[in-house]
Design a protein around this ligand. Sequence first.
Ligand code: SF4
Length: 464
Amino acid sequence: MKTPMVKPKSQFIHKSENRYPESCNNKEVNEEPPGELGISGNADEEPPSKTVRDRYRCFGDIPNSIWNDWKWQFRNRITSIEKLAQFIPLSTGEQAQLRLVTMRYPLSITPYYLSLINPHDPDDPIRKQAIPSILEMTMGSMGVEDPLDEKRDSVVPGLVHRYPDRVLIVLTDICPVLCRHCTRKREWRNGGWVRTPAEVEAMLSYIRQHKAIRDVIISGGDPLTLSARRLEDIISRIREIRHVEIIRIGTRFPVVLPQRIDHELCAMLAKYGPIWLNTHFNHAREITPQAAEACDRLVRSGVPVNNQSVLLRGVNDSVEAQTELCHGLLRIKVRPYYLFQCDEVQGTEHLRTPLEVGMKIIEGMRGHTSGLAVPIFVIDLPQGGGKVPLQPNYVLAQTEDELVLRNYQGRIFHYRNPIKHAHEESPAEVLCPADSVTVSMPHGTGYKFDLGEAPNADRVVVRS
Ligand code: SF4
């Protein structure tokens, strides 16, 4: 039996906290907050994203203490088109269309993430990631539900074992924001589940029995929707398994609800390192002061943070957008790790780009900025074929002795290979007659054996 994780709303809500304005659509986009720049911003510093101020457009009457309570944010997610229409201008026709979409692919946006959207820009890059589009349905025949064939490699419920030394644990299908490009969109219809204690025990038991597993990835849905206590119970038990060297957590909370990365969570994670955290920023506007603080807390707790973005049409499919994103990530101590080609998932066709776009982006970044800022462009192959890195071809010609290469400016260079070393050659076998020892030397090195008049193993001389 699945355990529902989210308690009914009525059990949580404080008297004053469920306050939404009747409508905020008619307010000025650039309206300044009353008397301060941001929740934690220093008035003298430009935040990485100025749009954090837009919180005040719609949620200006929510006190900081409530706004910064991640549980309040989580409970007050926008999950219906009616509620969404209070914040984003939507005609009656659009509302009817989107209602149809959400019957198949539900909607969920945190107030925080919604506040980053410019409601008056239909092409807003954050809007495209979070607000449904009728194209999810009209182009819905393209793609497949499970392009990575994860079900095939699911060895026990919730545990995917594809590569010998690592496994993926899926603890829940709940996410604070349902990203329109999600690879596991197929799971959304299942209504929100969290693995039961028995299911978790079955996964741990599998890991205990398979000693080749040295890397456990906890993902979802978003595993940080679980309480710190529940997470600690699972992480501590994984840490007890001696052959597990590292634990990785895949989460989008630093992006869509950074308030979740609180001191309690970080203190817990700090106890069970090495833990690596992979998150999912797709656009520079997501790098707000709150997101920066969340990543800083993680890094200071000994949890390195890597970013895995997805290449999305109209969101981040240009050299400029990716460079701005990656520079912003480095400023908040997050390493740009992967740039994923958007998988062939049903309901995401309108967001996908041709493969060449990704390669051109990498070409436009490599050499023009620090290598640390350039992610690896990767395609996750269909049918569980695994990840393949793709990059522009810099090798124009190649012989055994030389390569012809171009650099990032298109200039041509010749590069001489070193002469072959003995261990790289197929050996020429020489039988030393004195004691029948076989001596191996490479072909074509110009070396000769001089066995002398009375051959003896001790007297073998090699001359060039
Ligand atoms: S956070 Fe990840 S798993 Fe959740 S909806 Fe977004 S892409 Fe999918």
